[in-house]
Design a protein around this ligand. Structure first.
Ligand SMILES: Cc1cc2nc3c(=O)[nH]c(=O)nc-3n(C[C@H](O)[C@H](O)[C@H](O)COP(=O)(O)OP(=O)(O)OC[C@H]3O[C@@H](n4cnc5c(N)ncnc54)[C@H](O)[C@@H]3O)c2cc1C
Length: 400
């Protein structure tokens, strides 16, 4: 779909080149296989290999570690393109991106040296784990505990839930309680860098149960992780034991802020694809003697869809650009995530309606989008939680 450029959505030459490359990859490789992989809930191994070759696992990792060293804004543009094809593909890079962000921002030099080069090439991929069976929004309520043994190593115990890339990842950034008596609880939480064998269900002290069956977001696995006497040396505390102990909650909340920009970009991407499908279908399908696109009711839908997508894209780019400029962007990331994920859901639903009965058929791509879009309302904080974040930050910035 042709969209006029504006100073607000303008891309640098580098951004143009990379998003064009990703768009071609998505059009040629992702969209043609997404339906089959979705229907069979099959992991796209071949796509992951191609993504490694394109360098997509190292987009934001500095060049000194073998990555591309690009900023969050460019990353958001890439995620929009990937999600336009299939949000599961962006899910494969998303937790990896959060893991590399955690290392770049808080890791010790040794931790960066150890993990970033292998992560930049996609040799190992990262997962990010906060949620538990009884806890999602209220992260301070986690129950998993790490205890220091007499030998100086930490022993991790607890059950984690909804870990995207839980099976195939080689490293999991996991939040544990290290001081269960801490008040407030977040002061007693620590992020551990836990390593495991990619693809292995059984690891010493760590079991990966069979993947959770989901309504959408198929292909990429979401799993539980059961830590049971998992041994972790102190060097695997994010930032080192001295600096990182008790800092895990703050570190992970910082990472969620960039994660929110990422989910916002996914909302824009899925909505963009839904609009493209609606534009095409509405000019092909005829009712009452003319293309349905000529009925004003359909045109109004298309107009609202396109308008919301532009607004969501602008909010997303604004939040990303502020973060890149080192400005505080918690409020903006919350707004972008809230608006773009709701836009993703709404635009997909409107496109589904425009498809009439065929929208309900598995023969049509919109059926997959309809099952995929709701995830964006939940991941990295639900819409209710975003509103709480936005409200709190608004009041903080406008104290009387
Ligand atoms: C496919 C998928 C992949 C995921 N991947 C990951 C991952 O990789 N890593 C990870 O750590 N987690 C992951 N998650 C978990 C996700 O982050 C949580 O599901 C999400 O944060 C919501 O938590 P919950 O499901 O426990 O819902 P709850 O927290 O139980 O919330 C239930 C409902 O209550 C609302 N609610 C909660 N508190 C309030 C409040 N104070 N005021 C008003 N309303 C409230 C919520 O908005 C929601 O509508 C994933 C989830 C899914 C579905």
């Amino acid at each position: 779909m042709a969209v006029a450029t504006s100073p607000f959505t303008e891309k640098t030459d580098e951004q143009k080149a990379i998003t064009e490359m990703v768009r071609q990859f998505v059009d040629n490789e992702v969209i043609p296989i997404a339906e089959e992989h979705d229907h069979e809930d099959k992991f796209p191994d071949a796509l992951v290999e191609q993504m490694r070759e394109l360098g997509l696992f190292g987009v934001t990792i500095p060049e000194e570690y073998g990555g591309m060293g690009l900023d969050l804004t460019t990353y958001a543009m890439i995620v929009e393109e990937l999600s336009r094809g299939w949000i599961s593909v962006s899910g494969i890079v998303n937790t990896h991106f959060i893991g590399s962000y955690l290392l770049m921002r808080f890791g010790t030099d040794e931790q960066k040296q150890e993990f970033l080069p292998k992560m930049a090439t996609g040799e190992i991929r990262a997962a990010f784990s906060l949620s538990e069976p009884e806890v999602g929004s209220d992260v301070q309520g986690i129950k998993s505990v790490a205890k220091k043994g007499d030998d100086g190593d930490w022993e991790l115990n607890g059950q984690k839930m909804w870990v995207t890339n839980g099976l195939r990842s080689g490293v999991v950034f996991v939040l544990m309680k290290t001081d269960p008596k801490a008040d407030p609880p977040h002061r007693g939480m620590t992020c551990f860098i836990t390593e495991k064998e990619p693809g292995a269900a059984e690891n010493p002290g760590l079991t990966v149960p069979p993947q959770i069956k989901k309504m959408g977001y198929k292909g990429v696995e979401s799993t539980e992780l059961v830590y049971s006497g998992f041994k972790c040396p102190p060097e695997r505390i994010l930032g080192g034991e001295e600096a990182g102990l008790g800092k895990g909650f703050a570190q992970m909340m910082d990472a969620l802020e960039v994660g929110r920009v990422n989910v916002a970009a996914r909302g824009v991407g899925i909505a963009q694809r839904a609009l493209e499908l609606a534009l095409r279908y509405s000019q092909e399908r005829k009712t009452f003697g003319r293309e349905i696109a000529k009925h004003q009711a359909i045109q109004f839908k298309l107009a609202d869809m396109a308008t919301k997508i532009e607004a969501a894209r602008l909010l997303t780019l604004k939040a990303a650009r502020m973060k890149d400029a080192g400005e505080r962007s918690d409020l903006e990331a919350g707004m972008a995530k809230l608006f773009a994920s709701e836009t993703g859901k709404e635009v997909v639903e409107e496109s589904f309606r425009i498809h009439g009965g065929y929208g309900y058929s598995k023969e049509y791509e919109i059926e997959r989008l309809y099952r995929d879009a709701p995830l964006l309302l939940i991941g990295e904080g639900t819409s209710e939680i975003q509103r709480m974040v936005i409200g709190k930050k608004l009041l903080e910035r406008n104290k009387i």
